[in-house]
Design a protein around this ligand. Structure first.
Ligand code: KG4
Ligand code: ZN
Length: 333
């Protein structure tokens, strides 16, 4: 029997979740609207907001789960990568709580948490499992051999897929985070209206900088001819740009699946909430005979339930952290 409280504070979402014997009992997330007007997450404001949110979020996760703090077997937290000031709020809170309750700590890597989202609901993937992890900070192809053993076989050489969405949205004057808004406008647009070029770099890595630049020039040139171009064509612009990103992601996934001969395939991370990607991967799955796994929306963008799931596996391995554990903003320091 094990009951774990998990805390997520890597970026601009404060999350807390309770897991009991692999079952998620609660998953509370408080987003931060304050960043909208700045066109991106402001680190200083994010850490301040986490400080205000963390107590109520944890209290509400405990209450929804009907669990008393004293009944916890461990406290888990996101260790990194992420914004250091934001991470420190979660790490320090977890350390204080673990000390006060005399319970072990479990440190969770944000990437393994996103992957763990696949093990929350049935059916869970069989191994080897190939996961496309696409978020505001990651664009990775990951080959998983078990719930805790994985290998990165492709990664972005510049921006993450979420950034490619957010930066284009900024050019269109949409508030941060732009990804969900591009998704929304694209629903009424023609994905083939404007042909953006597919990035082309060797191997299984990704690059979004060329696509981003061509988008910027496309908007700039058309706005020079007609200052109402974006307003008049928002749906087609969003649909075409989104189409290119999604096609590109799926082409890479297809290449990796072929090279590694894997047909258990999934997506994870914030961009996995994109409705067009979710639709297109289902079509691809039919064509390629893949078994696909797509976490429910609430487990795609940052949340503490995925942290709790990753912590469950670490708890089984008695993989605990000491009170000297520290957060990391990025891998390697
Ligand atoms: O996983 P996540 O919440 O945080 C990170 O770990 O980065 O991902 C956030 C990213 C943002 O870039 C956001 O624009 C993108 O996920 N995103 C979307 C959608 N929902 C969130 N991008 C495209 N379509 C969506 N529906
Ligand atoms: Zn994330």
């Amino acid at each position: 029997m094990c009951t774990i409280l998990a805390i997520e504070s890597s970026c601009d979402d404060t999350g807390a979740s309770l897991i009991h014997n692999r079952k998620i009992l609660s998953n509370v997330v408080s987003g931060q609207k304050i960043h909208e007007r700045y066109g991106g997450v402001v680190p200083e404001l994010a850490s301040r907001a986490h400080q205000g949110n963390i107590m109520p979020v944890i209290d509400s996760a405990l209450e929804i789960a009907g669990v008393k703090k004293e009944a916890l077997d461990a406290i888990a937290f996101t260790q990194g990568p992420g914004l250091l000031g934001s991470l420190l709020v979660g790490v320090s809170f977890a350390k204080g709580l673990a000390l006060a309750l005399n319970k072990p700590l479990i440190a969770i890597d944000h990437l393994s948490a996103h992957l763990a989202a696949h093990f929350i609901n049935e059916p869970t993937p069989k191994f080897p499992f190939l996961c496309l992890l696409v978020s505001g900070g990651h664009t990775l192809l990951v080959k998983m051999d078990s719930e805790t053993k994985y290998e990165i076989i492709g990664r972005t050489t510049d921006d993450a897929a979420g950034e490619a969405f957010d930066k284009a949205a900024k050019v269109l004057d949409l508030p941060y985070p732009g990804g969900p808004l591009v998704d929304k406008y694209a629903k009424d647009g023609n994905p083939l209206a404007y042909p953006f070029p597919e990035p082309n770099i060797p191997g299984l890595d990704f690059s979004f900088s060329g696509l981003k630049t061509s988008f910027l020039y496309f908007i700039r040139d058309n706005m020079a001819k007609d200052s109402d171009f974006v307003n008049k064509n928002m749906a087609d612009i969003c649909a075409s740009y989104q189409h290119r990103i999604v096609e590109y992601l799926l082409h890479r996934l297809e290449k990796a699946a072929k090279e590694y001969n894997i047909n258990e395939i999934g997506i994870a991370g914030g961009v996995a909430a994109n409705t067009y990607l979710r639709k297109k991967i289902q079509e691809k799955a039919l064509e390629k005979n893949w078994h696909i796994y797509i976490p429910s929306f609430e487990y795609c963008t940052d949340n503490a339930a995925m942290v709790a799931m990753a912590a469950h596996f670490k708890y089984l391995n008695k993989d605990f952290a000491g009170q000297d554990v520290t957060a990391y903003a990025r891998y390697g320091g």
